[in-house]
Design a protein around this ligand. Structure first.
Ligand code: PAF
Length: 273
């Protein structure tokens, strides 16, 4: 596996792959790789000729300095996991490499970043859209793999690709869960034993929402209430939102909650009633 820290080196490596007629699969990450990322890397490996992973904890998408500082980082472990998954290029730039001066340019995707994560984390999606735009500008034509766990992020990224005409095909990959339903997330390492035991409440809430829809509940507000009720019954959980997005024949149920100090999100898709 080729590990590269410079923008120029990464760009040249991927240009050389494409010059050989190879399709590049790009997996943008903030590191602390887990089995969820592994599923993205494997899917990229199955569908593309070469796989490139980026590991960069993007300061622009954190609203609180302590959240940025405590974000788990272990490049050696990430490199070992990426190499084991058959990754060809690992791009791990420093903050100075990505932002040598003050970053005056921002990318904002209107409306899609409002509400839910956008309300709870002001500025978050502008930070995500800006770094993803920069990564796409560096990486060039590719298929880019994103997890459905960050569903609102996925909609923002799809839209920026389409609005800005990036030569990028966005591929959405299903959420990977622990056997008790907890969606895998780099933040899960911060959960204490008791918090880890409480954390599947997010998935239980989504399951309760899905069951209500299956029973024929067609009022989104009542489905949201059913999900919110489950989370509010868990003493270690503080609900941030429980929402329903109506998308044609499918509904997307989404929840966010703090378990202790750890903020978790999850979502599932259900057939509209
Ligand atoms: O989903 C993530 O890990 C990040 O938001 C991303 C897309 C790598 C941008 O920093």
């Amino acid at each position: 596996m080729h590990v590269v820290q410079t923008i120029e080196g990464f760009r040249k490596a991927l240009d050389a792959e494409r010059a050989q007629g190879r399709v590049v699969g790009l997996v943008p990450t903030m590191g602390a790789l887990h089995d969820g990322h592994l599923s993205l890397l494997r899917r990229a490996g199955a569908e593309c000729d070469v796989v490139a992973v980026t590991v960069f904890v993007n300061p622009l998408q954190f609203e609180h300095a302590d959240d940025l500082a405590s974000y788990p980082r272990d490049l050696a472990a990430d490199a070992a996991m990426a190499a084991g998954a058959g990754v060809h290029h690992l791009f791990a730039p420093s903050a100075a490499e990505m932002h040598p001066g003050e970053m005056l340019t921002r990318v904002a995707v209107a409306r899609l970043g409002d509400g839910m994560e956008g309300s709870c984390r002001p500025g978050h999606f502008e930070g995500v859209a800006t770094v993803v735009t920069k990564l796409f500008a560096i990486a060039g034509a590719c298929r880019a793999y994103f997890g459905e766990k960050d569903y609102q992020q996925l909609t923002v990224v799809r839209r920026l690709v389409s609005d800005l005409s990036f030569p990028v095909e966005v591929v959405a990959c299903p959420t990977v869960r622990a056997p008790d339903g907890l969606a895998l997330s780099s933040r899960n390492v911060h959960l204490s034993g008791a918090e880890r035991a409480a954390a599947p409440v997010l998935h239980r809430a989504l399951a309760a929402g899905a069951a209500a829809v299956e029973r024929g509940e067609s009022r989104p507000a009542l489905v949201s209430l059913a999900m919110a009720r489950i989370i509010s019954q868990e003493p270690l959980a503080t609900l941030e939102y429980a929402e329903v997005l109506e998308e044609d024949l499918r509904w997307r149920l989404l929840v966010a909650a703090r378990i202790g100090n750890v903020r978790l999100i999850d979502n599932i898709e259900v057939q509209a009633p």
